[in-house]
Design a protein around this ligand. Structure first.
Ligand SMILES: [Fe+2]
Ligand SMILES: [Fe+2]
Length: 242
């Protein structure tokens, strides 16, 4: 039996990624705000904790066939998966989505001024994410591989503790998540208006998929990879001191 005042959102999603859909359905943040207990997260959003707990218990009672158990993966495997899957997704999709956003803003901006703001926001998100991913791939991830013993340990020396770049990456995740949430709000939950053309409709689908991928991406980093890296560093510091 899970205790919602003790168990964090992060613990549940890290143990079974299917739970992410339940949190998402109730509007609870599982990637950036994952450190909260379930009870606190529910209270902040006015969600009935009993109902949510029941849904989570029903879910975990059924086996999760074919769902990757990311929390059992090694840090270096997680890094490779995040780069090969999520970073690649961002790089591959964002130019097209941005082109669609700009086109929609140009054509529909007079009648639907929110589309202009959405294009501006998305442009900022892609620019920031591009730099963010470069920092992860160039600095933090090689350092994590160093800690995991699959790359030269000298990789971790540009900064003191691995917690420093992690803190910065978490702040950037929060910013990207907040901006995507603003797009979600401006687009009324990615619901195109009656008079929307095909590009408009495609854009909202693309933005919704992009947000969903970002949530999974940030979840894997904040809730699974980063805590593993901190733990590895701690173990090595303790071992070196004894
Ligand atoms: Fe990333
Ligand atoms: Fe990241």
């Amino acid at each position: 039996m899970m205790d919602p005042t003790q168990t964090t959102v992060r613990d549940v999603v890290a143990g079974d990624f299917r739970a992410a859909a339940i949190f998402q359905h109730h509007g609870l943040d599982f990637c950036c705000g994952g450190g909260r207990t379930i009870a606190d997260a529910c209270q902040a959003k006015g969600v009935a904790v009993e109902e949510l707990s029941k849904q989570l218990e029903e879910l975990t009672a059924t086996p999760a066939a074919g769902i990757p158990q990311f929390n059992r993966w090694s840090p270096d495997l997680l890094v490779d998966y995040i780069v090969g899957n999520h970073h690649r997704y961002v790089r591959e999709t964002s130019p097209t989505i941005l082109a669609h956003a700009k086109k929609v803003a140009r054509v529909h901006g007079d009648h639907h001024p929110e589309t202009v703001r959405i294009a501006e926001l998305f442009e900022g998100i892609t620019r920031d994410l591009d730099q963010h991913m470069q920092k992860e791939e160039g600095i933090l991830f090689p350092a994590i591989k160093g800690l995991a013993g699959v790359a030269p340990s000298g990789n971790r020396f540009p900064f003191g503790s691995v917690r420093n770049p992690i803190r910065m990456m978490e702040m950037e995740h929060q910013d990207a998540g907040d901006e995507m949430a603003e797009i979600r709000q401006l687009s009324h939950g990615f619901a195109p208006p009656e008079d929307a053309c095909m590009t408009y409709r495609v854009l909202y689908q693309e933005l919704q998929a992009f947000e969903q991928d970002l949530h999974q991406h940030v979840h894997l980093e904040n809730n699974i990879l980063f805590p593993k890296a901190v733990e590895l560093e701690q173990q090595q510091t303790t071992a070196a001191a004894s």
